[in-house]
Design a protein around this ligand. Structure first.
Ligand code: NAD
Length: 438
């Protein structure tokens, strides 16, 4: 009998890749619950990203997949989730639903508290009641979280702000070796997003601790609260909202000619922040590994070891777009790419300057048996993402030119860029330097 899996928040960036994997590699019945916020690409009232994935798989597997896949427009805070779980006898639950855009969490935090805290609480309560009262138990539940809950290595090491800017790559490497996040690192989220995710993770941990006991026997009963948490580093890949750094750079460079979209790429802290990057496909294969072989009650860091400064990442994107411009005779596009690299002094309050995770635990776990696939040639992987955006303009152009996005962009960046009298030209500053991985 095939298992039934409920995936919440699957209409965003990572979800469609996860659903594709489930459709391709399992026989599970799949239920998606998503309330389609701005983070989901919506067309005709439903998720375009999920439609693209399901259409592709239908071509390969035929209409049988329609019997395995159901989309429900609902909120993880809703009592309706209980009915969905009971009616469908859900075996596995993966919670991807979140408010995940850090910049928006700085503009206003309530939605983040409501989804992360109340949404997670609702799911936990449903699991608790279901697994103590019903015979059809949820066998495993994964709460997908971020390494940002741990804070940032610039603060942990005492090299905040200007002190971080002054560090060489070698010094940064040494600090990463000393401070990279393990599963034991205390939470110290530096943004409202990170602290809301961390709060939700603590709630998950507390539910496991409190309700894993069988009241009759007094022993731990792993079927009561079969919870696990994952903490992943920054993802890259297709379907990412143009508000995020990589797609924002790509969309700026690919669409410089539309007057009301003539934007410059906003880069915080002169591009000196360090991020660890993982392909979304590697992230979802790690989640699958934890679903199949992870131990109940445990949390797992998911990382790739690929760490670079943001300017290094942007340089790869520039080069990819400029090559395209040269090949296709778009002189103005190359010019615009250069122009876009001159950004006005962007500052994000409390900007975290270094994330790096120690993911030895998941790598060394033979039951999870997870291997990274997209790490051999990072530059090529990023160029593939650039190509995805080139090939799928219908997916992002509507968002990029929408009044909602334009007003968001103008409010956050336009005024600062226009009024900055000494634009920092990071392309000129760094162009002679080779891309290095720390
Ligand atoms: P996303 O913002 O692209 O998508 C989130 C999805 O959740 C959207 O489809 C949205 O409509 C839905 N959603 C939001 N609130 C909801 C609610 N109350 N009820 C139901 N659905 C709701 O996020 P993502 O980048 O795909 O990330 C998925 C998960 O992975 C998140 O929990 C995020 O914190 C975590 N994560 C993401 C990254 C990353 O780099 N993107 C890294 C580590 C962890």
């Amino acid at each position: 009998m095939p298992k039934t899996i409920l995936v919440t928040g699957a209409a965003g960036f990572i979800g469609p890749v996860f659903i594709q994997k489930l459709l391709e590699e399992t026989d599970y019945n799949i239920i998606v619950v998503d309330c389609l916020t701005y983070a989901a690409r919506v067309e005709n009232g439903s998720s375009l990203s999920l439609k693209m994935v399901v259409d592709l798989l239908r071509e390969k597997q035929g209409s049988a997949i329609d019997k395995r896949y159901t989309f429900i427009d609902s909120d993880i805070r809703s009592p309706h989730i209980k009915n969905i779980i009971e009616t469908n006898k859900v075996d596995y639950l993966i919670n991807l639903a979140a408010e995940s855009h850090v910049d928006r969490s700085i503009d206003g935090t309530p939605e983040f508290i409501l989804t992360e805290m109340l949404g997670t609480h609702n799911l936990l309560e449903i699991i608790r009641k279901n697994n103590s009262e019903n015979n059809d138990k949820i066998e495993r539940a994964i709460f997908v979280s971020t390494d940002e809950v741990y804070g940032s290595i610039d603060r942990m090491s005492g090299y905040e702000g200007e002190r971080w800017h002054a560090l060489s790559d070698a010094e940064v490497s040494t600090l990463i070796d000393k401070y990279k996040f393990t599963e034991q690192t205390p939470f110290s989220g530096g943004s409202p997003y990170a602290s809301c995710k961390g709060g939700a993770d603590l709630l998950v941990g507390s539910y496991y601790n409190t309700f894993k006991w069988n009241n009759v026997t007094g022993n731990v009963d792993s079927t009561r609260m079969p919870l696990m948490i994952t903490h992943c580093v920054n993802n890259f890949g297709p379907f990412q909202h143009p508000e995020k750094l990589i797609p924002m750079a790509i969309c700026t460079l690919l669409m410089p000619q539309v007057e009301n979209c003539k934007r410059k790429i906003p880069v915080y802290d002169d591009g000196l922040a360090v991020r660890e990057w993982i392909h979304s496909e590697d992230h979802v294969s790690a989640i699958m590994g934890v679903l199949n072989g992870g131990s109940i009650g445990e949390s797992y860091n998911i990382g790739s070891g690929i760490r670079c400064r943001n300017w290094q990442m942007l340089k790869i994107i520039f080069e990819a777009c400029k090559k395209e411009a040269a090949e296709n005779g778009f002189g103005s596009l190359a010019e615009a790419a250069f122009d876009a690299s001159r950004r006005g002094g962007m500052v994000r309050p409390g900007h975290d300057l270094c994330y790096a995770a120690d993911s030895a635990k998941i790598h060394d776990d033979s039951k999870i048996h997870w291997q990274l696939k997209h790490v051999k040639d990072f530059e090529k992987e990023i160029i593939k993402v650039v190509n995805w955006y080139k090939q799928n303009p219908d997916w992002w152009k509507q968002t990029w030119t929408s009044p909602e996005f334009t007003s968001y962009w103008n409010r956050k960046y336009k005024k600062i860029q226009e009024t900055n009298t000494e634009p920092f030209d990071f392309y000129s500053k760094y162009k002679e330097q080779l891309k290095t991985t720390l």
